[in-house]
Design a binder for this molecule. Structure first.
Ligand code: AMP
Length: 596
């Protein structure tokens, strides 16, 4: 097996690597380190996060740095402040036995004066985000004229984030004869054009196949209807009591909404996105790194550079718009030799987005059923038992209380005792998942096609409307009329039945009250008739369901769902539904909400 010594690194560096527990080089390190030490040729490397790429570019540079000079000899550009800080920290660790060596990170959102002060002392390697680096160049505080190495780390991300102009400016002030090292997980056109314009006949190296994900990651998908997406997410978290995961969302708003719901439902979660201040982001990341948070809901950009190596899962609450981002997301798990699972929660319609991703990652997504309430209860129970089994007993502290406790419990057998103690922790969980519905969207598990107007399931409410064929009503006009009421975005419409003088339609039960209110307050008329909508009982089978089933609206409103935005009503535990909060306390800590 190759050693770091074989790659041409000196004793000081090897000693630091041993301190860090690095025993052997990773594939990318084995390829990049001797190449950069031995040759001045530019290097183009296909490497994912988690492959050990930071050491792959830092170590050969460190090997050649001249600490007798105060000049900045290397500039490393990275897309985010967090990644820049992480790289600088890694380099500091690698160089801890190199006397007189200095590295410094420069990034936005922090005092530029402090950074200038550090630069003035003479820094051998500067790690910077593109914006702040340009700023410092413009202020003549960062001199890159003596740079021998320029590293573009996560070049695809830097271009994704719109740093093309900054990269052009920085590249323009560095010497022609420097060595450029470009690291990227994906190579879209923009990255290829940077390589073409700024690199001279680069040597290409690959760690794993181009664009492909880590072998340590398995990919799963769950098919749900839109309204069950969040409940599916909760079940995935519940069935994995030890989950430590980033949940990726597409927008800041979606990120905040999901995090808020999870926090409200008692999960140990928080959000990370660009609307938070730097201080808030730092604090969330710190809590997540220290595992004080189990679930981090994040946007792609905000999660960049978060160096967490042992995520159990990456969850795509929604798939990213750009396929390449999936590789970045899933690359957050399965790092440093550990196994990880990347999960995509998709609707029937979104299923076809998986194929292009499969082509890029070179792996198939495994269709996985959403866990049932029973499976969740079983996993949570086993976790509880493990906890009991492994708990450290502080005999000295409890010994005074024990005689009285033994006495109180003396008439119970061992079996009865176990049953009771399990029930204390477990009853809420059991009742929560009692009669929990199957969330799998079986219609779409096979075909992947979204069909409308065919459901008659328990999540729909059925409404009577006093207009029909005689009023020139047809399904399309009825859907138009429903949409005009502006009840909720993307509300799901179920079965529609148009009869001669009246009709029926089904809508998401969660919006029952809103639907009635909207029709009432909008005071609609249709072809000259005033429109009246009432709740009716559900059809029992494919036939029947006439107006005889109609109920007065007052009665209908008692089956209002707890999720109803019109709110109100205390929850009774007995008819607790899955849209209500998950029982907290069981395997979950209630997290405190961030202020401001
Ligand atoms: P990176 O791809 O640079 O973000 O590295 C991913 C993780 O792997 C980091 O936590 C590194 O500390 C760790 N790592 C990198 N190289 C090695 C190595 N040769 N042996 C063990 N761990 C490593």
């Amino acid at each position: 097996m190759t050693t770091f010594k074989d790659l041409g690194l000196n004793e000081n560096i090897i000693k630091a690597l041993t301190d860090l527990g690095y025993e052997n080089p990773t594939e990318i390190q084995e390829k990049a380190i001797p190449q950069v030490i031995a040759s001045k040729k530019d290097l183009k490397a296909f490497a994912q996060t988690g492959t050990g790429k930071t050491a792959a570019f830092s170590l050969p540079i460190l090997e050649q740095i001249d600490t007798n000079s105060k000049n900045t000899q290397a500039i490393i550009l990275s897309p985010t402040r967090e990644l820049a800080l992480q790289i600088a920290k890694n380099i500091e660790e690698f160089a801890k036995h190199i006397k007189g060596f200095r590295v410094s990170a420069v990034y936005g959102g922090a005092s530029i004066e402090d950074q200038i002060r550090k630069l003035k002392k003479g820094v051998h390697i500067v790690v910077g985000t593109p914006g702040r680096t340009v700023d410092l160049i413009n202020r003549k505080q960062l001199n890159l004229k003596n740079v021998e190495w320029l590293v573009l780390d996560e070049a695809d991300e830097m271009l994704n984030m719109g740093f093309k102009d900054e990269l052009d400016k920085i590249l323009a002030v560095t010497p022609e004869e420097k060595q450029t090292l470009l690291f990227s997980a994906t190579f879209p056109r923009e990255v290829e054009s940077i390589a073409k314009n700024y690199m001279h006949k680069p040597v290409e190296i690959t760690s794993g196949e181009k664009n492909k994900g880590s072998d340590q990651v398995s990919h799963q998908f769950y098919v749900v209807s839109e309204r069950n997406r969040y409940n599916a997410l909760k079940r995935i978290a519940d069935v994995n009591p030890d989950i430590y995961s980033i949940i990726f969302c597409r927008t800041r708003r979606e990120t905040q909404e999901i995090a808020d719901k999870l926090i409200k439902d008692g999960y140990n979660a928080d959000s990370l996105h660009g609307d938070l201040s730097q201080a808030q982001r730092d604090s969330v990341m710190e809590k997540f790194r220290k595992k004080h948070l189990q679930l981090l809901v994040a946007t792609d950009v905000a999660a960049r550079g978060l160096d967490v190596t042992d995520l159990t899962h990456v969850i795509n609450h929604k798939l990213p718009d750009q396929i390449e981002s999936y590789t970045h997301r899933s690359g957050r798990t399965g790092r440093a030799g550990k196994e990880g699972i990347s999960i995509a929660i998709v609707t029937g319609r979104e299923k076809n987005k998986l194929h292009p991703i499969e082509r890029i990652i070179g792996k198939k997504f495994v269709k996985t059923p959403i866990p049932t309430g029973k499976e969740i209860c079983q996993n949570q129970l086993l976790k509880l038992i493990d906890k009991v089994h492994d708990i450290e007993v502080n005999e000295a502290e409890i010994k005074d209380f024990l005689p009285a406790i033994y006495k109180k419990l003396e008439d119970l057998t061992r079996e009865e005792l176990i049953q009771r103690f399990v029930s204390i922790e477990f009853n809420t969980f059991l009742s929560y998942y009692e009669n929990a519905p199957d969330l799998n969207d079986s219609e779409h598990m096979q075909s992947g096609r979204e069909t409308r107007g065919r459901r008659n399931d328990e999540n729909m409410s059925r409404f009577f409307i006093n207009i029909g064929k005689k009023d020139k009503l047809n399904p399309a006009r009825l859907i138009g009329l429903i949409n005009d009421q502006d009840i909720a975005k993307n509300i799901e419409i179920g079965q529609i039945e148009i009869l001669d003088t009246f009709s029926f339609f089904e809508l998401d039960k969660n919006y029952q009250e809103e639907t009635l209110k909207a029709f009432e307050s909008n005071d609609n008329s249709f072809e000259g008739r005033s429109v009246n909508v009432e709740i009716t009982e559900k059809k029992r089978s494919g036939r029947g369901g006439r107006s005889g089933n109609r109920r007065r609206r007052d009665n209908g409103s008692n089956n209002r769902n707890e999720n109803s935005r019109s709110g109100g009503g205390k929850r009774r535990s007995k008819d607790r539904k899955e849209n209500s909060s998950t029982p907290s306390g069981f395997g979950r800590k209630r997290s405190t909400r961030r202020k401001g």
